[in-house]
Design a protein around this ligand. Sequence first.
Ligand code: ATP
Ligand code: MG
Length: 458
Amino acid sequence: MGNLYIHPVLKEAAAVLNARGKTAYLVGGAVRDILRGKRAQDFDIATDALPEEVMALFPRVFPSGIKHGTVTVRLKGHSLEITTFRSESGYTDGRRPDQVRYRATIEDDLSRRDFTMNAVAYKLPGGPIVDPYNGREDIKNRIIRCVGRAEERFAEDGLRPLRAVRFAAQLGFRVDGATLAAIPGALKVSARVSPERIRDELDKIIASEKPSVGLLLMEDTSLLDLLLPELSRCRGVDQRGFHRFDVLDHSLLACDYAARTRAPLQVRLAGLFHDIGKVPTRQSNGAGAYTFYGHEGESARMVREIMTRLRYPNALMDQVVHLIAEHMFHYEDSWGDAAVRRFIIRVGEDRLGDLFALRLADTYAHAGIEPDGNLLAPLIRRIDAVLAQGRAFTLKDLAVSGRDLGAIGIPSGPRMGAILKELLEAVVDDPELNRREQLLEIAGNINKRYAPSDPHGA
Ligand code: ATP
Ligand code: MG
């Protein structure tokens, strides 16, 4: 194992600890990745030095997870997570250990790790490898297997079943039979895991090259029903018409296409959830087919619930909700420039790329056929042309400002806001109106509608 590539920054950190008579092991994902011949991204180090000793030894250090014994050391542009060897006892709530005890062996530390592939340590700086659970063998055979009895390990921490699935999706490994079989029995424990931890694992599934691998494993083990019941209910909801698949397979294909084309997370999430509203809105049309009127609005409402429940950041949630709400747009060459401008304003210029990526994913997922690369070209040409006119798209582009309206006696406040919005709508319909004198006249007329002496604004 002398031929493993060990990053110099690790040797440097180990030298600092070794000089004080402390040992340092590279552990976790970094060892796994190095053994697979991949460059590791982030580094976890386990040591017998106590957290306060580590804090004292490095100049740039933060107590990032001090209650778990973890400190983060910044060294030569890298972040090293350095954790004191630990063995934990008493998981009474299935979420986190009741107490952390510091002990002096790497074997104790490895025994509390989740999977054999994650329980291999490399003694820094030059080895040897410590591998009490044959993790190397499992890595070679691409198998995800619990350290010890899966039932017990899942009962200790209900996140581990989802981590098994996540690693399967991320690494393309297979979950060992006994480990997989233990998942359904652990669902009650998984139900009590914090939403933030669940979300982080889901994100890694969705960020993987083929998210459906993880999502189908979730379905098989009933994790999907537990964590994303709205999606699980899409199984068997068939659609007929030009759709070949039920709503769940369609959703998975859309998400996979977004992943394959390296679309960002919001597009992948929108692909996954864009049709969940079809379940409550499906109606038979009496002629052997179905309608799903308003499903995009229902999907948007439901995805807001899901993402709120999973504590997604609001900014990401708003993007996903918006993409889903707008995903049914239907362009025709007969659209006038004003219609194109309204479309740009409604979607948002900076969101058009995401919406088009979602449309390609959705189209692919109808039948699993690569969409025509020019599918959106006519609309994109129109958008480019309209944008090139440099016309008004936001209040800032109007030839009058709130101050100008104030000068002709319009009070600032909600009325001013409403009038500016009306002016923008008028200008979007007819760009020629975007001249100061003209807009002031229109604004004056609108304002008369508000005059108390003439409430109906004749
Ligand atoms: P990634 O490439 O996603 O970072 P990783 O293996 O480093 O993969 P982390 O979530 O960063 O995964 O965890 C680091 C290590 O900590 C794991 O390799 C594993 O040994 C241990 N670990 C993390 N979470 C758990 C858990 N819930 N139960 C037991 N051990 C865990
Ligand atoms: Mg990691």
